[in-house]
Ligand binder design. Structure first.
Ligand code: SF4
Ligand code: SF4
Ligand code: SF4
Length: 270
């Protein structure tokens, strides 16, 4: 069974994969696998970006999606005349000939991975570049990903890594064959400064204690007085800041998203 593996930590949002998919499919007829994709309006490979945090402590996360080539594919169940079928390698294909007028195929996909081609009157989506696989090549989007964020191959070859992987909307029970590694977690950041000297404080000890299990994370501020805790959980936390020659300070926060906790002025301890 073939799978896509997407390491979100390695993705830099270059959009090469999205463009490569267009290059491979726009105007190109790969029948019987797929009819040409229109020049606009469809994203069989889609790169979304989301800005998290608050200025100036922000991070841009990227999410690459496509048809999940589901094990229990609702699009297949909604199709008439075996129009949607699964290949031996697991890829789910919509027959471009048989699918004429079958809007139900597009409407059944809970991932919005299917697009409607008005001109041809057919539903269309990622084919896994099955026409390339059959010629012994890689899916075009995978081939152009220079960071190694996007990979494709046999499930067995990735099995060890996939222990920690997640899939989209697992609660639906569709059994997606697109796996995500290192999905971004919340961060908490801020900075520490001396208001009297109007200078940032380097080397302040910053500790974050998680309310749910008491886990503690510690770091020291950098040359700009900044701290940045990655890989955090949401919920209740306590922040404490200590620096030599200054009174320490604490703050409670209940996070529902990544947070810029702000600038912390420390009073001098005379
Ligand atoms: S080509 Fe690779 S790095 Fe670039 S957006 Fe796609 S997955 Fe991310
Ligand atoms: S992601 Fe949508 S189109 Fe792709 S196999 Fe699953 S239900 Fe079908
Ligand atoms: S595998 Fe092919 S069809 Fe699917 S997203 Fe990549 S380039 Fe597009």
């Amino acid at each position: 069974m073939k799978v896509f593996v997407i390491d979100e930590q390695k993705c830099n949002g270059c959009h090469n994969c999205q463009i490569a998919c267009k290059d491979e499919h726009c105007g190109n007829d790969w029948s019987p696998i797929s009819a040409p994709q229109p020049l606009t309006g469809q994203f069989w490979c889609k790169v979304d970006e989301r800005t998290v945090g608050q200025t100036p402590k922000i991070r841009v996360d990227y999410h690459v999606s496509r048809c999940n080539h589901c094990e229990n594919a609702p699009c297949m169940a909604a199709a008439e005349n075996d129009t949607v079928y699964r290949r031996d390698d697991g890829l789910v294909i919509i027959d471009p000939e048989k699918s004429k007028g079958q809007r139900a195929i597009m409407e059944a996909c809970p991932y919005n991975a299917v697009y409607w081609n008005d001109e041809l009157d057919i539903p269309q989506k990622c084919t896994g570049c099955a026409h390339l696989l059959d010629a012994g090549e890689l899916p075009h989007c995978v081939d152009v990903c220079t960071t190694g964020a996007l990979r494709f191959g046999d499930y067995e070859d990735f099995a060890d890594e996939l222990v920690d992987a997640v899939v989209m909307k697992p609660e639906l029970g569709c059994g997606p064959h697109v796996y995500y590694l290192n999905t971004p977690k919340p961060f908490y950041a801020g900075d520490v400064y001396d208001p009297e000297a109007d200078e940032c404080i380097e080397g302040a000890k910053v500790t974050i204690t998680r309310g749910s299990d008491g886990a503690r994370f510690e770091q020291t501020t950098d040359i700009y007085g900044d701290f940045w805790f990655d890989g955090q959980e949401l919920g209740n936390h306590e922040l404490s800041i200590e620096a030599e020659g200054f009174l320490s300070c604490t703050k409670h926060f209940d996070a529902e998203e990544s947070l810029n906790l702000g600038s912390f002025p420390l009073k001098r301890d005379y």
